[in-house]
Design a protein around this ligand. Structure first.
Ligand SMILES: C[S@@+](CC[C@H](N)C(=O)[O-])C[C@H]1O[C@@H](n2cnc3c(N)ncnc32)[C@H](O)[C@@H]1O
Length: 207
């Protein structure tokens, strides 16, 4: 396996020492701008129930939990390495029930319908095995009027990257909008933020 294939697989599902040290640092620093853009776009309320899919090191779960009063944030991630890091980082909020962390594949975890005011995910859409199934599941678990926010870098920006295209699937902004429109969401739009040489995209849509 060449380095870029190994790296791409680690980005999808970090593991071992490489995941625990190298990928953790990379996610925390390299993904900061996109996560901040998603955080602003979420515009959540202090009493909201929120779900993050693929929280990685759990930095933004903590930031969100810090500003919730009666709400909670739940996260699901299928990397044991990231689950352990996020649990450690969020341990005080886990004790009070403000943060709940689940280890598993989002597609295999069951949630009650109409559970969340917000569902968000950052840098995971590239790895979705069955995008329309995932979008429909998000629709089902959101409360009516609830919003999904998906943060990603687009096809145009990533096309020249050396990442393995069997692991990473790139989307144009129209592809992501179509995905959520077809899953019955309304007011589907993309909010773009240009930071230095990077474009950060948020697709936001309402149930
Ligand atoms: C590229 S990292 C992004 C982490 C963080 N969201 C960020 O932007 O820094 C992708 C994360 O999503 C998790 N992940 C990918 N697909 C998943 C799935 N189907 N279910 C649960 N977790 C998933 C991975 O384990 C990894 O921690």
């Amino acid at each position: 396996m060449n380095y870029y294939t190994y790296f791409s697989k680690q980005a999808r599902k970090p593991s071992g020492l490489f995941g625990r040290f190298f990928m953790k640092k990379l996610f925390e620093k390299g993904n900061m701008e996109l996560n901040s853009h998603v955080y602003e776009t979420l515009a959540f309320g202090k009493n909201d129930n929120i779900l993050e899919i693929g929280f990685g090191p759990g930095l933004f779960m903590k930031k969100i939990a810090d500003s919730l009063t009666d709400g909670f944030i739940e996260g699901v991630d299928f990397s044991e390495t990231m689950v352990n890091i996020a649990k450690k980082r969020n341990r005080s909020h886990i004790k009070t029930g403000k943060v709940k962390i689940q280890s598993g594949d989002f597609n295999n975890v069951s949630y009650a319908a109409n559970s969340f005011e917000r569902v968000f995910t950052v840098n995971t859409i590239y790895f979705w095995q069955n995008p329309s199934e995932t979008a429909s599941k998000i629709f089902e678990i959101l409360k009516p009027g609830g919003k999904v926010v998906v943060g990603y870098h687009s096809k145009e920006d990533m096309e020249n990257s050396p990442l393995n295209k069997d692991v990473f699937k790139y989307y144009a902004t129209e592809d992501v909008e179509e995905l959520f429109t077809n899953a019955n969401f309304k007011d589907v739009k993309t909010i773009t933020k240009k930071i230095a040489d990077k474009s950060c995209y948020c697709c936001i849509a309402t149930k």
